[in-house]
Each structure stands twice: as C-alpha cells, then as structure tokens.
Ligand binder design. Structure first.
Ligand code: BES
Ligand code: ZN
Ligand code: ZN
Length: 501
C-alpha cells in the first residue's frame, strides 16, 4: 500500500530510506528524519559512518521522534547513478537484512526526486523478489520468517495515483517472477514434464487464459520428431504446453507475439552423457519455459492489447534404452532433417519444434528463452543474458525493455557466416557446430533455421537463470531472469498494436 502520512507518524517495524554519496549525505528528506532522531544521522555522517556508499547500512533503533521502531538508511551511491535498477536492489537488500532480524512490517520511503510510477514499481519488485526463499522442503524451518506487510511512502495524496499504479504493476510482475523461480528450483522428481504442464494449466485457468497441453500422442500426430527424439530416452512422456492470451478487442490482422521456452526438466546429456560434477543443477534446464509461463501469469492480470502465445516444449533428456544415439537423423515438424551429433545439444531440438508450432499457430514475432549453451557462460558469465536476433528493430525493443526491467542483456551475433558451422554432410543440418568456438552463435543459428521470415529473438539464459550464491537482495537458486523484460516488452508491443517495425 501507499502510505501518505507524514513520515514521523508512520507506524511500522522499519522505515527504510537511502542516502547518496556526496559531500553531505544527510540532505533533503533525511534532514527531516535527522531532526526527528535528534541529529543522530548528522553525527554519523560527520564521524564518517554514514557516507552513502552503495549498500552501506545504518540502522537506528527506536528513533525517539519517529513512530517507526527502526530507521534503516541504506547507501545509494552517487546521486546521478542511482536509477530504478539500483533502487530495486536497495529495496531488496533492505528486505533481506530486515527479515533476517525477524522484522515483519517495512515501509520504504522514496527520496524527493524519485516519486514516479517507475520507481514505485521497481521498489515493490525489489521487495517481493527479496522476500522469496526456497525453503518449502525444509521441515525444521522457523515459521513465518518473512516480511508480511510492505508499504511505500514519500508520496502525498495528490500524487499517489502514480505510486498506486507502479505498486500494482510491480507486485504482479515480481510475484510472477517468483512463480517462475519456484518452478526453476523444483527438483526433477517433483517437476516432470507432466507436472509442469499441470502447474501451467492451473495457472492459466486461474488467470482466465486459454491452455492446451499436447500429450505424447498429439505430439506424434503433429510429427514433432525433434521433440520426440529427445523424449524417447525417458520413461516420462513429453508435453507441449500452449497458453494463449487474447485481448478483448482483438484485431486478427494485428501482430501476435510468440514466446517459446525450453523446458528440459532434467538434462543428463542423454547418451552423450554429462560428467557427474554439478549434474544436479541440470534441474534448472527448464528455466526458459518457466520464464514464459511466468510472463503469461503477469499478462493475465496486466492485459496488454496484443495476442500472446506461449509455447513450452517439455521433456527429460535421459540415456534410456530407447534413447537416440549420436549420428541418428531426425525429421523435425518443419520437415527439415537433423543429424544429431551430440545428444546433449537437445535444447535446440525441442525449440525447433516449439518454434515451428508457434509459427503454425499464427505468431508473427517470436522470442525464445533457453538455458542453451555453456558457451554463453564462457562469453558473458552469470552477468548478462546473451541476445541473438534476426530483426534489428525488434531486438532493439527488447534491449530497451531489458534496461527498463533492470535485467542485463547483451547482443551477440547470429549472421549468415555461422550457417556453415551447422552444415551436415548427410542431413539438412546438424545439431552441433563443426567449427571451433562461437558455440552460442552456432546454437542460435540452428534455431534460426526454423524461424523462416518471422522476426525472432533468442535469449540464451544458461549463465543467468541460476545464481550460485546468495546476494544481498536475492536468495540463491533460480532467478526467473527474462520475466520482467518480456512483460515490459509485451506491454509495449500491445500498446503500439505492433512492434517497432
Ligand atoms: N543445458 C545445457 C546448457 C547449459 C550449460 C545450461 C550450463 C546451463 C549451464 C545444454 O543442453 C547443453 O548441454 N549444451 C551443450 C551443447 C554442446 C553439446 C554443443 C553445451 O553447451 O555444452
Ligand atoms: Zn544438454
Ligand atoms: Zn539442456
């Protein structure tokens, strides 16, 4: 909620605000607070304890002149450099440090120049994302170790409409990202393709979205040979999850956004089996699919003006007795034949059929997200999502949305010279590269083969979908990366009625 009362009268367990790194970190609203706490902030600044350095934390207990029980002042770095991405993290860091102290109610006071809908959205997102911990399988956890009430302050009655709007939007987006994170964290025995489909269908029904789950029979009828080739090594049947949002006033001639997500619920590598070290992490090989399902959850509430179809092919990649073998040739739904050189390059196989199906369903613009290659981790580590695109204007739109959403993404090439890399001597293409280096671009080129003339963007999230260590603003585990960017893009795609083209 948005609390428009005078700051000193706000009753809460912790009032949080931030100071900039400058000559006098205590200025603006902080001067009012300083007065209320008897000059304590000014003294801390004078002694060099409160400097405004990024993520610095100053906690004052039972501040005498405030109704709040605690005052937390976080360092926000240099004033001109503190945008929504930084505020999202600061709000998250506040929530995580306070919840570890058993605090339940938090009010975040935005500074005098930050009273915008975008800031309200970012702060709320930061708080809700930070409040997420994946501890549902711990039987000895302390009950209720989380923030139960969060509020925004700094606005007055006349400007609160902006704050309300940002808050509502930030809330649904962050909750949808947490929904995707929850799926990403689930172990593969508790999230098989069938279970993922059930959860996606339940979400869709709740949100009033149309949903169709193709089972193994339907998948075979549709001749999705690439998806089936990966699934044939597993005792668990595959699923193709299709969720559709159609706006109330829909013009059939308007562009349709297709979101295709890789959902390998466990990637052993198949017959080209992976080393056992770290293999347990391959439960997160469905995070592309989870992101798309999360986006649809947000879309069901935010209702953009364009039609959006999520297509999520899901299977395990197992080395069972019926598993495909290196050298096998498979016929994809599109009719293109594929020589499978390495069964561990399975993501691109299932995406090939996912993309062909999305095109058949009428998508005019495609975005796929996939934990696709180790090569993108080499190139960009766990910092940036790798972005590959066939249409510059569409790709630019996505990169702009990634900035708004505070999710780092970086463009990488997928030009025609990479086509040579996936030439097969005996089939139309092969699923791995015949050339040293450029593995992420070769993988993107493989997917591009199935997009025809449809504008397309590929997001390689192998490095960014999972966080190995806890951050001050975030738990470790699945990150839900791409949800915020894609929701932002979908809302704008809808607002224009088309892409930038
Ligand atoms: N799921 C992996 C990619 C991956 C690697 C995701 C690391 C997350 C972290 C993918 O299916 C895979 O195994 N790719 C291979 C392709 C290779 C055989 C051409 C890879 O990148 O090593
Ligand atoms: Zn693999
Ligand atoms: Zn994989």
């Amino acid at each position: 909620m948005v609390d428009t009362r005078a700051v000193a009268t706000i009753e809460t367990d912790a009032l949080v605000t931030y100071a900039f790194e400058q000559e006098k970190p205590v200025d603006g609203i902080l001067l009012q607070l300083d007065e209320a706490v008897g000059g304590a902030l000014g003294k801390l600044a004078a002694s060099g304890e409160l400097t405004g350095k990024m993520l610095e934390s100053t906690l004052v207990y039972y501040p005498a002149g405030l109704a709040a029980q605690r005052l937390l002042v976080l360092g926000a770095g240099k004033k001109g450099k503190c945008g929504t991405a930084e505020l999202r993290r600061l709000a998250g860091a506040a929530v995580r440090s306070l919840k570890s102290r058993g605090v339940k109610r938090v009010t975040f006071l935005v500074r005098e120049n930050d009273r915008t809908a975008a800031v309200a959205q970012a702060v709320v997102e930061g708080m809700i994302l930070a409040n997420f911990d994946y501890d549902k399988y711990k039987t000895d956890k302390k009950p209720g170790n989380e923030i139960t009430a969060a509020a925004l302050a700094g606005w007055d009655e006349s400007s609160r409409a902006d704050a309300d709007m940002g808050l509502a939007r930030g809330r649904v987006i962050a909750e949808s990202q947490n929904f995707a994170r929850d799926l990403g964290n689930e172990p593969s025995n508790l999230l098989t393709p069938r279970m993922l489909a059930d959860k996606a269908a339940a979400m869709a029904r709740e949100g009033g979205l149309a949903v169709e789950i193709l089972d193994e029979k339907k998948i075979a009828e549709l001749k999705m040979g690439a998806l089936l080739s990966v699934a044939q090594g597993s005792a668990e049947p595959p699923r193709m999850i299709v969720i559709t949002y159609t706006p109330e006033k829909w013009n059939p001639a308007a562009p349709v956004l297709g979101l295709v997500g890789k959902a390998i619920t466990f990637d052993t590598g198949g017959i080209s089996i992976k080393p056992s070290n770290d293999m347990e992490k391959m439960k997160y090989d469905m995070c592309g699919g989870a992101a798309m399902i999360g986006v649809m959850r947000a879309i069901s509430v935010l209702k953009p003006q364009c039609k959006i179809v999520a297509v999520v092919p899901s299977t395990e990649n197992m080395p069972g007795g019926r598993a495909q073998k290196p050298g096998d040739i498979q016929t994809s739904m599109s009719g293109k034949t594929i020589e499978v050189i390495n069964t561990d390059a399975e993501g691109r196989l299932i995406l090939a059929d996912g993309i062909a199906y999305a095109r058949q369903l009428g998508c005019t613009h495609l975005i796929d997200a996939a934990t696709l290659t180790g090569a993108v981790v080499v190139a960009l580590s766990n910092v940036n999502v790798g972005v590959f695109g066939s249409d510059q204007a569409f790709t630019d739109q996505l990169l702009a949305s990634s900035k708004v959403a505070g999710e780092k993404m970086w463009p990488l090439p997928v030009d025609d010279d990479y086509r040579e890399f996936i030439k097969s001597p005996i089939a139309d293409i092969q699923n791995t590269s015949n050339t040293k280096g450029g593995g992420a671009s070769a993988a993107a080129m493989f997917i591009k083969e199935f997009t025809g003339d449809t504008p397309w963007i590929h997001l390689d999230i192998a490095g960014t979908a999972w966080q190995d260590d806890v951050k001050p603003w975030n738990a470790k585990g699945a990150t839900g990366v791409a949800v915020r960017t894609l929701v932002d893009l979908a809302m704008k795609f809808g607002a224009n009625g088309s892409s930038a083209k």
